[in-house]
Design a protein around this ligand. Structure first.
Ligand code: FAD
Ligand code: NAD
Length: 466
């Protein structure tokens, strides 16, 4: 029987990053993945394919709606070859997952293909082409998550679908009904709206992306409405049915009035659930919470001393970069180091266009915590860079402590804010004040100037260009 210092179950961004860091720190490392392709949800059916389709559909929209204003004329009709778009996405995924295989080889991580199940706290049975058992001193559970649904919805994977199927459709829907106005619903809803589908988003709360700052929800709603997306906010879905190719979604609004929508596809995007099916965690005595998560302490250690858990299968935001930080955290803990993660500074991004990005506390959270703060906000439309590119929607908003000027939260909507948020994370990691940011030179003309201007506005209401 092969023995290891550490065995990791699941090869998503949590698991494969943990494997690399464990190997870098000199541990004999095994990585177990039930699928023949590495990379987990993120690389195969999540972050990477969704961004590939967002980019392709963005190019199409630019060609259809904005090339002309730049003086670019396309003789003849601009057409979508949807099959090719999906094939390109598949090839982006393939290149990326092959990259993980390369990294496992480079770092001498032993990869096992098959379902991993605990026999006890130090032995894992792997069922793949053959059955084998390995022994490990320490084990990291990184089994991720799966799409959640509502009790009365039967996902048929053909017309009533999750994000996984929405990434591999063979036709563009005529009318896509999206249940859930969160990250997945808005990113994939926008893809199909750009490609010509009618898109209706039914959201239970009174605003989309309800966990982000309400100003971001308002701005994104405004822009997506202009793009033709219909929103049914404060609507509770009560039934979803299918007759041949027609899907009917019934919902009730705040006044209990019934609304019926009919379309040809329904995307169910109401969140994801931690995945531990088939893991046989009970054989090792690992505790799972009522909500199906693996229970961990501040060291990401389960109730069994040598077993840790990371990523979507534990509490916290279900984000690839959060899972990666936790992978490194556990590897370094096992090596006797004292790593640290500041969960408040894990950024959130929605890759619609304009993009939406946040870090730290939003206004609602500061008000709830009775923290006295000041606001500096700057609109993208006032930037030379935005006018040059034509991306004038959005803003940067900086929230700083009223007394100390320390930056407490940064919330953005606009072009490339998914990249701009890194400046805010860096500043907040170093506990910068708004004035610290305001006094740093930002290259001109860039979208990043909006960060400086918002910081100036927060410091002493002295933004320069508005
Ligand atoms: P996963 O990536 O889910 O990996 C878990 C792996 O474990 C899987 O490969 C699974 O097959 C394997 N596994 C499970 N059980 C076993 C077992 N018993 N034996 C062997 N193998 C097992 N996050 C972002 O940060 N940015 C984004 O842009 C983004 N976009 C997304 C878009 C979509 C459509 C979706 C669905 C998700 C997106 N996410 C995004 C979320 C992101 O994908 C997850 O947060 C991330 O993948 C979690 O990583 P993980 O390692 O915890 O788990
Ligand atoms: P989500 O939690 O982002 O959004 C779910 C939405 O569905 C919420 O707005 C919620 O209020 C709504 N909802 C819940 N029940 C409902 C009901 N009965 N009727 C109508 N609406 C209802 O979840 P998601 O969009 O499914 O994404 C799942 C996870 O994947 C998220 O946690 C997210 O972090 C991750 N993800 C991240 C990215 C990214 O980082 N860009 C992209 C995609 C997914």
């Amino acid at each position: 029987m092969s023995t290891y210092d550490v065995a990791i179950i699941g090869s998503g961004p949590g698991g494969y990053v943990a494997a690399i860091r464990c190997a870098q720190l000199g541990m004999k490392t095994a990585l177990i993945e039930k699928y023949s392709v590495l990379g987990g949800t993120c690389l195969n059916v999540g972050c990477i394919p969704s961004k590939a389709l967002l980019d392709s559909s963005h190019h199409y929209e630019e060609a259809m709606k904005h090339f002309a204003e730049h003086g670019i004329e396309i003789p003849g009709e601009v057409k979508i070859n949807f099959k090719k778009m999906i094939e390109r996405k598949a090839s982006v995924v393939e290149q990326t997952t092959k990259g993980i295989e390369f990294l496992m080889n480079k770092n001498k991580v032993d990869v096992f293909t098959g379902m991993g199940a605990f026999k006890d706290a130090t032995h894992i049975e792997i069922t793949g082409d053959k059955k084998q058992t390995i022994e490990a001193k320490n084990i990291i559970i990184a089994t991720g998550s799966k799409p959640a649904t509502l009790p009365f919805i039967k996902i048929d994977k053909e017309r009533i679908i999750t994000s996984t199927e929405a990434l591999t459709l063979t036709e563009i829907p005529k009318h896509l009904i999206v249940i859930g106005g969160g990250v997945i619903g808005l990113e994939l809803g926008q893809v199909y709206r750009r490609l010509g589908a009618e898109v209706s988003v039914v959201e239970y709360m009174d605003r989309i992306i309800p966990t982000m700052d309400s100003a971001q929800s308002r701005e994104l709603t405004k822009v997506m409405k202009k793009q033709g997306v219909k929103f049914y906010l404060s609507h509770k879905v009560s039934a979803v049915s299918r007759k041949k190719n027609e899907i009917t979604v019934t919902a009730t609004d705040k006044k209990d009035a019934e609304v019926t929508l009919s379309g040809d596809y329904c995307l169910v995007s109401v969140g994801r659930r931690p995945y531990t099916d088939g893991l046989k965690a009970e054989n090792a005595g690992v505790k799972i919470t009522e909500r199906g998560m693996i229970d961990v302490n501040e060291h990401l250690q389960t109730n069994v001393k040598n077993i840790y858990a990371i990523g979507d299968v534990i509490r916290g935001a279900m984000l690839a970069h959060k899972a990666e930080e936790e992978g490194v955290f556990v590897a370094e803990t096992l090596a006797g180091q004292k790593p640290h993660i500041d969960y408040n500074l894990i950024p959130s991004v929605v890759y619609t266009w304009p993009e939406v990005a946040s870090v730290g506390k939003n206004e609602e959270q500061l008000q709830e915590a009775n923290i006295v703060y000041k606001v500096g906000q700057f609109p993208m439309r006032a930037l030379g860079r935005s006018r040059a590119s034509g991306d004038i929607d959005g803003f940067v908003k900086i929230l700083a402590d009223k007394t100390t000027d320390e930056v407490l939260g940064v919330h953005m909507v606009g072009a490339r804010v998914a990249d701009l948020i890194a400046e805010a994370v860096t500043a907040m990691e170093f506990r910068a004040s708004a004035e610290d940011i305001a006094r740093m030179s930002h290259a001109h003309p860039t979208y990043a100037e909006a960060v400086k201007e918002a910081a100036l506005a927060a410091t002493a209401d002295r933004a320069l260009h508005i």
